[in-house]
Design a protein around this ligand. Structure first.
Ligand code: HEM
Length: 177
């Protein structure tokens, strides 16, 4: 439920700084631990879930904590706020794909706190294809293209329909070697 809106979008840690941290200093272009596109995409969707809020209509009256919702009343749910909630995630504003490794202490506390594709009965039917497309995009960017983003660690994110980088001035070029 949305207690405060718009939510603060923390930006400590970023996909770029995480990728850089996987490289050893003696062999700068070689990952220390093999980055997993799946974990990477999952963490991107945790930190910057589009859409930020979803609208629901109560099918029946019910009490939620101290709040009463009447039948047919609209209410908002936010995957984004759940993904940034300190009650469910350790250091939720830090980008760390390894939180999706099995058994790590900073992983999701249970299945209900990772919901980038929403909830039944309106859960996204394209979750697998969407994830696979993003993994394919990661692969292409890492193998066929070079992406450079100045100041990627401090790039502010804006709350629109989805979180979007502000003043994004990146450059995507074909990699020839
Ligand atoms: C990473 C990519 C995607 C994300 C983050 C995403 C996210 C979501 C979310 C949060 C909802 C729930 C909306 C709500 O409750 O009001 C949703 C619904 C839906 N998504 Fe996706 N989606 C993605 C990709 C796709 C793709 C690739 C398709 C189609 C191939 C798709 C088709 C749908 C459809 C049809 C619904 C409506 C389901 C219903 O109302 O029963 N999505 N999506």
């Amino acid at each position: 439920m949305c207690a405060a809106w718009p939510p603060a979008i923390g930006n400590s840690g970023s996909p770029a700084s995480w990728a850089a941290s996987t490289r050893s200093s003696s062999a700068p272009r070689r990952p220390r631990r093999r980055p997993s596109p799946h974990r990477f995409v999952k963490e991107v969707l945790r930190m910057w879930s589009p859409p930020l809020i979803l609208v629901r209509r109560a099918r029946a009256s019910f009490d939620l904590g101290t709040t009463r919702l009447e039948k047919a009343q609209n209410y908002l749910v936010s995957p984004h706020m759940i993904h940034r909630d300190h009650r469910y995630w350790q250091q939720p504003d830090t980008f760390d794909p390894d939180r999706f490794l099995p058994g790590v202490p900073h992983g999701p506390t249970d299945r209900s706190c990772y919901v980038p594709f929403g909830w039944a009965p309106k859960k996204c039917i394209g979750n697998d294809i969407g994830t696979t497309q993003l993994m394919g995009l990661c692969y292409l960017i890492c193998t066929r293209y070079r992406l450079s983003v100045p100041n990627s660690d401090t790039l502010p994110m804006a709350c629109r329909f989805a979180p979007v980088p502000q003043r994004f001035n990146g450059r995507l070029a074909l990699a020839w070697n």
